[in-house]
Design a protein around this ligand. Structure first.
Ligand code: AHM
Ligand code: MG
Length: 337
């Protein structure tokens, strides 16, 4: 009989607990509950074309954008699963303007806070294109036993203890880091388990893919315009012209570039000087993963993870991807200032 061994997410989490000698299993428990929520949301997304869940819910989120029903479903599913873990004292999500806390003793005693974009790129759902969930986990700075406060959520990204994303694509994958490398798990629907499929992911130092919404070209900073022209120039020794790929879902665009090598750009524009993407729950978690895999993330000048958020839903210009590509992009931006 052919023998094989698969490592499930839960087995991996337990094994990795030994990396943190003082760990009491709290983060492990939290991550296990996260895996359960990801499976529930994945199942729902897979059925999106079959049931009456598509389309707009009619409510508007804090960014003034219409929420689709799946955003709400994902939001509620992750929050309730993580609340049940008893390890989380508060949440910030893209779908809620204020922080979410719970009065019960278990929640007040939770050691961690959780930030997430429950369904990133959600406009892609209606057309059967990949979407994702992005999350970042921090230790609270307020005292346990009390309600979480704003200051728990306004920490620099460099203080994150874990971050990850779930990509709901041709398969569902969970990719996460606890600061000791990046690992990817693919959901095997036949057994209902996330299985380790991409151990110790390293992002190629450079690549040949650039990802940007070029429809906004006329409003980009000059340095970004010149970088795009650089990507398009014919120069076979440097593998140019590069390939342009843009899905319009940060998780999916980043995931491809993480595995193949590339850069994702969401600059400031004349119309949106701070860009579009949110620092705390979109840019920071992806930045942590990028760095852990050997890549880089910045606002064009400063390291993303060093920015201290001043508000929960703050936006930032964002450049993330292969180390050399982000470095070169920064040079283009500096030449212009
Ligand atoms: P969302 O969180 O409201 O779905 O928006 C975030 C998404 C990112 O996933 C994606 O990279 C970007 O917005 C696409 O924006 P645009 O349509 O301007 O290119
Ligand atoms: Mg988003």
């Amino acid at each position: 009989m052919k023998s094989y061994h698969i490592t499930t997410l839960n087995e991996f989490i337990i094994r990795r607990q030994a990396d943190f000698p003082y760990a009491k299993g709290e983060l492990s428990r939290l991550l296990s509950h996260l895996g359960i929520a990801a499976k529930i949301v994945s199942k729902k997304i897979n059925k999106a074309g079959l049931v009456d869940i598509l389309g707009e819910s009619g409510e508007v989120n804090v960014q003034g954008e219409e929420q689709v029903k799946l955003d709400l479903f994902a939001d509620q599913t992750f929050i309730s699963a993580l609340k049940a873990s008893g390890e989380v004292c508060g949440f910030v999500t893209e779908e809620n303007s204020e922080i979410i806390t719970f009065e019960d003793n278990l929640s007040r005693d939770g050691k961690y806070i959780f930030l997430m974009d429950p369904l990133d790129g959600s406009s892609n759902v209606d057309v059967n294109v990949s979407v994702g969930t992005i999350f970042g986990i921090y230790r609270r700075v307020t005292q346990r036993g009390h309600l979480a406060g704003q200051e728990d959520f306004l920490q620099e990204g460099s203080r994150m203890v874990a971050a990850g994303y779930v990509i709901y694509g041709s398969s569902t994958m969970l990719v996460y880091t606890t600061g000791k490398g990046v690992n990817g798990f693919t959901l095997d629907p036949s057994i209902g388990e996330f299985c380790l499929s991409h151990p110790d992911i390293r992002m190629p130092e450079t690549g040949t893919i650039y990802s940007i919404n070029e429809g906004h070209y006329a409003r980009f900073p000059d340095g970004v315009k010149r970088y795009i022209k650089y990507c398009q120039e014919i120069d076979p020794p440097t593998s140019r012209p590069y390939t342009s790929r843009y899905i319009g879902s940060l998780v999916a665009d980043f995931h491809r570039n993480l595995l193949k090598g590339g850069i994702f750009l969401y600059p400031s524009t004349a119309k949106a000087p701070s860009g579009k993407l949110r620092l705390a729950y979109e840019c920071n978690p992806i930045a942590f993963i990028a760095e852990q895999a050997g890549g880089k993330a910045s606002d064009g000048e400063k390291r993303t993870l060093d920015q201290k958020p001043t508000s929960l839903h703050q936006r930032t210009p964002y450049y993330v991807g292969s180390l050399r590509m982000v470095e070169l992009l920064e040079e283009f931006l500096q030449q212009n200032s």
